[in-house]
Ligand binder design. Structure first.
Ligand SMILES: C[S@@+](CC[C@H](N)C(=O)[O-])C[C@H]1O[C@@H](n2cnc3c(N)ncnc32)[C@H](O)[C@@H]1O
Length: 447
């Protein structure tokens, strides 16, 4: 890029930043005066200002940082993730919450509480302090800040962070090997992925989770990941899905029936049932999962069970769908687990029994490439249409799906193509104040 263009880009970014800073300051003041504030639902203005600032900072770094340094930092990025994993595993945020936030806790005490040698603690914590995830008050004294404070006493969110550092992390180490093995990648099988390669198994991720471990004493134990994963879906759902409840017209469904396909414990349905009490629900998943779902609903919303407003059904989403003509077939975090061919089968099974007013709502990351999408609102120049850095989480989850399932996060165009191949049409991408969105599909012959 010629120097004059670079300078112009820098100046334009600073101008974007200073406008967005005004919006954020105003929004922070409003939040300060509003005790009803919901942390996971930013106003539309705050959401856009955040995206602009994160995007602009990312682009500024790319313009000014020495390129070799930036590439090396990226090459070693997995240690950021490892350091966070150690902190989460050790429940550091909970431990630091016991300290006076002004004074912090000394590394000797933290060492005794966590079992991490004192001389290694600072090595783990300091990179996290440099990323503003914890703070060091004075040499060897650490405390929570606003970011680490979000992990305190929040077991579902902690599980959401934790699962990404367990088996899922192990799977990621074999991604290069699988990508360079043309036999495997061309196979496009959901059971010949980096996950199977790394864990030395032929089982799918789901089957593996269900398989008991056999420790040396001969007893059988459920894998640790089973409970962590179930709770993680609740924690991740809460963080990323809250805006979806505000940005889709759920109220207009009245007392319609929502079939939660591959529901897990039905985390999204539970939230919807609390906010839209007229809706009825059918939760479907594999037999072992659906029995766990019923226990959760009994605890959280027992009246939904006693009034028959929720049903629990063991169902394989590759088989014929028994619930015909429902208002909504909801699939949160399902499409991204599967390669295209399997997604088309899942969608076709729904298409077969949908009525003219039925809709499929596929809830996933909506990938927005740097070159933009005809379906999505572009960022202001000179940012790339997708706001650049803002998309990192979606791209990482995309690679995660590749490593675990040969799956993927999808662009709106990808969703439209899947819909067309399954005899459906994509009617709208609902852009929500989240990294996630909703792809709405109907039968291709629907009015
Ligand atoms: C990523 S989880 C998402 C769970 C839930 N939709 C949520 O958002 O919390 C994917 C779910 O798909 C389920 N699943 C996998 N294969 C399935 C199949 N063949 N039929 C039905 N459910 C399946 C898993 O058991 C798991 O609960």
């Amino acid at each position: 890029m010629p120097v004059e263009d670079k300078v112009q880009t820098l100046r334009s970014l600073v101008s974007l930043l200073s406008n967005a800073v005004e919006v954020i300051s105003r929004e922070w003041e409003i939040k300060d005066q509003n005790p009803e504030h919901r942390p996971f639902l930013p106003s539309a203005d705050l959401h856009h200002a955040r995206q602009t600032i994160v995007g602009a900072c990312g682009m500024l770094m790319s313009l000014v940082q020495e390129p070799h340094h930036r590439l090396m930092e990226t090459a070693l990025q997995y240690y950021s993730s490892r350091a966070l994993h150690v902190a989460v595993e050790a429940r550091l945020a909970d431990i630091l919450a016991e300290a006076d936030p002004e004074l912090g806790m000394d590394s000797k005490t933290i060492s005794v509480r966590t079992g991490i040698p004192q001389h290694n603690l600072a090595q783990v914590l300091r990179p996290l302090c440099s990323m503003y995830i914890f703070k060091e008050i004075k040499p060897g004294y650490f405390a929570n800040n606003e970011t680490s404070g979000q992990m305190v006493n929040d077991e579902p969110f902690r599980s959401w962070l934790l699962v990404h550092g367990l088996t899922i992390y192990t799977a990621s180490t074999k991604l290069p090997a699988v990508l360079f093995d043309t036999g495997k990648i061309q196979g496009r099988s959901s059971t010949r992925t980096a996950f199977q390669e790394a864990l030395g198994t032929d089982l799918s991720f789901w089957e593996y989770l269900e398989q008991d471990t056999q420790p040396s004493d001969g007893t059988k134990k459920a894998r640790r990941e089973v409970d962590t994963f179930t709770l993680a879906m609740v924690g991740g759902g809460r963080v990323h899905s809250t805006p979806l409840y505000a940005d889709y017209p759920w109220e207009s469904l009245g007392d319609g029936t929502l079939v939660d396909v591959g529901a897990g414990v039905g985390g999204m349905s539970l939230d919807l049932a609390k906010q839209f009490p007229r809706l009825r629900f059918v939760l479907q998943d594999r037999p072992s999962v659906i029995s766990g779902a019923e226990a959760v609903w009994k605890r959280e919303l027992p009246h939904m069970i006693s009034t028959n407003r929720v049903q629990f059904m063991a169902h394989d989403f590759f088989a014929d769908q028994p619930v015909k003509g429902a208002s909504v077939y909801l699939m949160r975090y399902i499409m991204h687990d599967w390669p295209d061919e399997q997604c088309i089968t899942i969608l076709s099974k729904l298409r077969d029994i949908m009525g003219p007013h039925s809709r499929i709502l596929a809830v996933d990351q909506i990938l927005h490439p740097t070159v933009g999408s005809a379906y999505l609102n572009p960022a202001p120049a000179p940012l790339p249409p997708n706001y650049g850095h803002v998309q990192l989480l979606s791209h990482m989850r995309d690679l995660n799906m590749l490593a675990l399932f040969n799956g993927m996060e999808r662009t709106p165009e990808d969703f439209a193509s899947l819909a067309e191949r399954a005899g459906l049409k994509m009617v709208k991408i609902w852009e929500c104040r989240s990294t996630m969105g909703i792809a709405e599909m109907r039968r291709n012959d629907a009015p």
